[in-house]
Design a protein around this ligand. Structure first.
Ligand code: COA
Length: 335
């Protein structure tokens, strides 16, 4: 019998200053601002010029800890979601642990692409619910600009850099926190969305560089179809099995890959668009960072409030997808 719930007690985020607008991209590939806006909902994205994924993750984590008023050395565990680690090893969680000064924490990375934050959140929650740890940092951060081929107009318009973090803590109030989740993967989707080069299958060589295998590959049309279905299915299913309807939900927090996928999910949930967190226009797809970036921005703006009901929904490479039902517990942001 579960005796504790994991609750999110603080959020934080970081985005680099440099902006890459649709108009900038018009000068780089054969595209238009109008095409990008109408097909994806994106107007601009942020790019980290100097530094790596861990640097953004550390800033987001600092922000979350400041909002909770605790020190880095009080953190027990860091669960880090990313597909753009600083390097293969050590894990980015270890690099963050050091840079943050979280000297009493251990940590590890989770690789689930655009579902990375959700999978990391559910992983971190298990350690809290068992009573093993009391302060778990879950971070989603990606420097997508390093694996984006800026000569490929199909994909370079989609991605941006950013980071978001949440702090998980226990409560014995079983009516709040992470109430339910549905997590799925289907490895047969690997061919449609992947980065072929650099791993043990295709180690780096002149050939892998020439073939552009160190960049993200996506068959956008195929991914679009399964993403629309996958994200909506698990969002509707989590409502149904908790005897809820769209009317009971205060916020849908969707992965930000394409505005049309988000709209289709909200529609299937019979949810008004005013209840959907959308910031894809400003950031594009920041992979593991999209969900915590939304949570942090909405909390900071005073729009995400205690006791509100949230559904998180994600879809990403793997394929990986899922949803979570949350009763929000962080103290409201101070005006
Ligand atoms: N600017 C202008 N035209 C472009 C373009 C660009 N940046 N990129 C593609 N096009 C063209 C295509 O070449 C195609 O032309 P054609 O018909 O002459 O071949 C046309 O626009 C339509 O392309 P299509 O692929 O059908 O567009 P789409 O409506 O499917 O949108 C994506 C493309 C990538 C935006 C969309 O498929 C998508 O969002 N996919 C899923 C992304 C996702 O969810 N990822 C989830 C995990 S990260």
């Amino acid at each position: 019998m579960q005796k504790r719930r994991a609750i999110i007690t603080a959020v934080g985020h970081y985005v680099p200053d440099k902006i890459l607008s649709n108009f900038d991209l018009e000068k780089m590939v054969d595209t238009t601002d109008e095409w990008i806006r109408t097909r994806t909902g994106i107007r601009e994205r942020h790019i980290l010029e100097n530094g790596a994924t861990s640097d953004m993750a550390v800033e987001a984590a600092k922000n979350a800890l400041k909002n909770r008023g605790i020190r880095p050395d009080e953190v027990d565990l860091i669960v880090m979601a990313t597909i753009t680690p600083d390097m293969f090893f050590p894990s980015t969680a270890c690099l963050v642990q050091d840079k943050l000064g979280a000297k009493n924490a251990w940590g590890f990375d989770v690789s689930a692409a655009c579902s990375g934050f959700l999978f990391a959140l559910m992983t971190g929650a298990q350690f809290v619910e068992t009573g093993a740890y009391k302060k778990v940092l879950v971070i989603g951060a990606d420097k997508m600009s390093v694996i984006t081929d800026y000569s490929d107009r199909n994909n370079c318009i989609l991605f941006g850099d950013g980071a978001g973090a949440v702090l998980l803590e226990p409560t014995d109030d079983m009516s709040v926190g992470i109430l339910d989740s549905i997590l799925r993967c289907d490895g047969s989707g690997g061919g449609a969305l992947h980065m072929k080069g650099g791993g043990s299958l295709n180690p780096p060589s002149h050939e892998t560089v020439d073939k552009r295998w160190h960049y993200l590959y996506q068959d956008g049309k195929s991914v679009f179809k399964v993403a629309v279905m996958g994200m909506a299915d698990v969002s509707v299913e989590i409502l149904k099995r908790n005897n809820l309807t769209g009317a009971d939900v205060d916020w849908l927090v969707p992965h930000q890959a394409n505005l049309r996928i988000i709209d289709a999910t909200a529609e299937r949930m019979e949810l008004d668009k005013s209840k959907v967190m959308i910031n894809i226009d400003k950031y594009g797809n920041t992979t593991a960072a999209t969900v915590p970036l939304c949570l942090s921005e909405w909390w900071q703006a005073g729009k995400l409030k205690k006791d509100q009901i949230l559904v998180i929904a994600t879809f990403g490479a793997g394929y990986t997808w899922g949803s979570a039902l949350i009763k929000w517990s962080a103290e409201d942001a101070k005006g």
